[in-house]
Ligand binder design. Structure first.
Ligand SMILES: [Zn+2]
Ligand SMILES: [Zn+2]
Length: 288
């Protein structure tokens, strides 16, 4: 089966954010802020390139063996494009957060994000390690924001590789709970409108891939069966979780709906589901 990931483009993001803000006014602030970040990412996609190449047979072999197409640490991040996008995303966070985020200048001039330091900082952020102590953002809250800003700045570089390496690939042998392109955990999923196929969207490269609904994609050996919970009155959005390993992924059911969704925006307006999941002792999906 071939699953196509369509990039929304700058205009597509702008229109979607407007619709979501009308529908979910309580989430206007995070929707607008994340919308600005997505617009900057979509614009950056035109400028970044993917240096990695893989022959078709090698790609097929990896998917058959359950290995993602690329190791995120192998990707070279172009420093000029990186700094340019980092600046835009940091400003979007500063302007879009109540109280602002005052450390953008420190961040842009930090050695850890200079050409010689990007790779090491990237590896720390992707593996969830804490960033080193840097003047200006000593507290954990600031460090978390900085990590998130760096993560969002990295996404177009991986999206670009995903769009090239995974284009028109037969992915049926995959069926795993982590991304076939970069190995990252899913952000959120959907049951596709036309046929109910369960698709997950990668939290890093935003590639869509398909998993089976009958069994847990996160259990080794896949013995766990899936259950779900939803908030009363909103059965179309649910927490899909595994009885056995307790991993969960939020999923939007579009089977009876014609509406267009942008999954990263759905992630924002469904925080209540994360709260419900954590109350049940479930944990967000795990890395392999
Ligand atoms: Zn990915
Ligand atoms: Zn499981």
């Amino acid at each position: 089966m071939i699953i196509e990931t369509v990039d929304p483009g700058v205009e597509g993001v702008g229109e979607a954010v407007k619709e979501y803000v009308e529908k979910y006014p309580d989430f206007a602030q995070p929707l607008r802020m994340y919308g600005s970040i997505m617009e900057a990412q979509q614009a950056a996609l035109a400028d970044v390139t993917c240096q990695l190449q893989l022959p078709a047979e090698e790609k097929e072999k990896r998917l058959m063996n359950g290995e993602p197409l690329l190791d995120p640490r192998d990707l070279e991040i172009e420093p000029v494009a990186f700094t340019d996008l980092l600046t835009k995303i940091c400003r979007a966070v500063d302007e879009g957060t109540p109280g602002g985020f005052s450390h953008c200048d420190d961040l842009i001039s930090w050695d850890g994000l200079k050409p010689g330091g990007i790779a090491e900082t990237r590896d720390r952020v992707l593996s969830g390690e804490s960033l080193p102590e840097v003047d200006g953002w000593e507290n954990e809250g600031d460090k978390k924001i900085v990590s998130n800003i760096i993560w969002e700045t990295l996404t177009p570089f991986y999206r670009k590789c995903g769009s090239i390496l995974f284009d028109k690939m037969e992915q049926s042998p995959w069926q795993k709970g982590f991304c076939p392109v970069c190995g990252s955990a899913p952000l959120i999923g959907m049951f596709r409108s036309e046929d109910g196929l369960w698709l997950l969207e990668c939290s890093l490269c935003h590639t869509l891939w398909n998993v089976q609904r009958a069994r847990c994609p996160f259990c080794e050996g896949s013995s766990g069966s899936l259950e779900y919970i939803y908030i009363e009155g909103d059965p179309g959005r649910r927490v899909q979780y595994c009885e056995s390993c307790k991993a969960y992924v939020k999923t939007v059911d579009l089977r009876e709906s014609q509406r267009e969704v942008l999954l990263p925006l759905e992630d924002i307006v469904t925080v209540e589901l994360d709260v419900a999941a954590s109350r049940e002792g479930l944990k967000a999906t795990r890395l392999p």
